[in-house]
Design a protein around this ligand. Structure first.
Ligand SMILES: [Zn+2]
Length: 271
């Protein structure tokens, strides 16, 4: 399963329906009223315009989130339950909502997936659970994380683990990505060359046959911080780095992941 964007539709009063983009239901899962079909072409264009306007700081073409279509609120159909635990992590407050539009009397919001693959995030620092991926393996607040650096085309992720410096071409499909503006001056050729030489230097400082890995003192984060330091981006401790770049993104990803797992299991989620 790919980490699709999610659409959140406010149709019935008091509840919203969330489902994956491109999986638009023919009827409202709550009140069963028929919805307009196949909106994607025009709907995407409208959303894209709203997103552009939001980015450029213009008045968004929307959409007071408090103004929902005045449907009389039907009771939830039997067997359709609101996910009250998910409500506590509603997407609105987490910067996940990337666009919102009025469409045929409903408010439709797009919740952009914060999960990316290495090939979508060239020249990024990538974070994922040590085992598995963000979508299925991530549990907020627990489990070790792994970090790597994507090459200029995202085809290789340089990282460091018990085996030494690795150049992965698979396994980084659903990650969170951090791009550092301080590194924007490097050309792609420099970026890749510096990555390669960082790997070699990092390993050259080891005894032969040793990877020098230590779970807390010389781990994947040390490898990345040493790379940043070599490029003049200095002064981060591991906890600074996690606080500045990772913690907020993980919190956002946790909201998305919870919704995406619920939608995958049931076809939709009610909030
Ligand atoms: Zn409805």
């Amino acid at each position: 399963m790919v980490a699709s964007d999610i659409l959140q539709v406010f149709h019935c009063e008091g509840t919203s329906v969330l489902f994956f983009d491109q999986a638009w239901p023919s009827r409202c899962p709550v009140c069963k009223q028929r919805w307009p079909t196949q909106p994607f072409e025009s709907f995407d264009a409208v959303l894209a315009t709203a997103e552009r306007q939001q980015k450029s700081g213009a008045e968004p073409a929307v959409l007071d989130q408090d103004v929902h279509p005045a449907q009389t609120g039907p009771e939830l159909s039997q067997g359709v339950k609101r996910d009250t635990t998910a409500s506590s992590v509603a997407p609105g407050g987490n910067g996940l909502v990337s666009g919102s539009v009025e469409w045929h009397g409903m408010t439709v919001q797009r919740i952009a997936s914060p999960l990316v693959s290495a090939t979508q995030s060239q020249r990024s620092l990538l974070v994922r659970p040590t085992a598995g991926n963000m979508l299925w393996s991530f549990t907020a607040g627990s489990g070790p994380l792994h970090v790597g650096i994507a090459s200029s085309d995202g085809s290789i992720v340089f990282n460091f683990d018990e085996r030494g410096c690795m150049r992965d071409d698979i396994g980084w499909s659903e990650c969170i990505a951090v791009q550092l503006p301080q590194l924007a001056h490097l050309s792609n050729e420099e970026w890749d060359a510096r990555l390669e030489s960082h790997c070699l230097e990092w390993m050259a400082s080891m005894e032969p046959q040793q990877t020098g890995y230590h779970v807390t003192d010389r781990n994947c984060f040390d490898f990345v911080l040493a790379w940043l330091s070599a490029l003049g981006v200095d002064g981060f401790t591991k906890s600074d780095f996690a606080e500045s770049f990772v913690r907020h993104r993980l919190a956002t990803a946790a909201v998305y992941v919870k919704l995406a797992r619920g939608i995958h299991a049931n076809g939709f989620v009610l909030l």
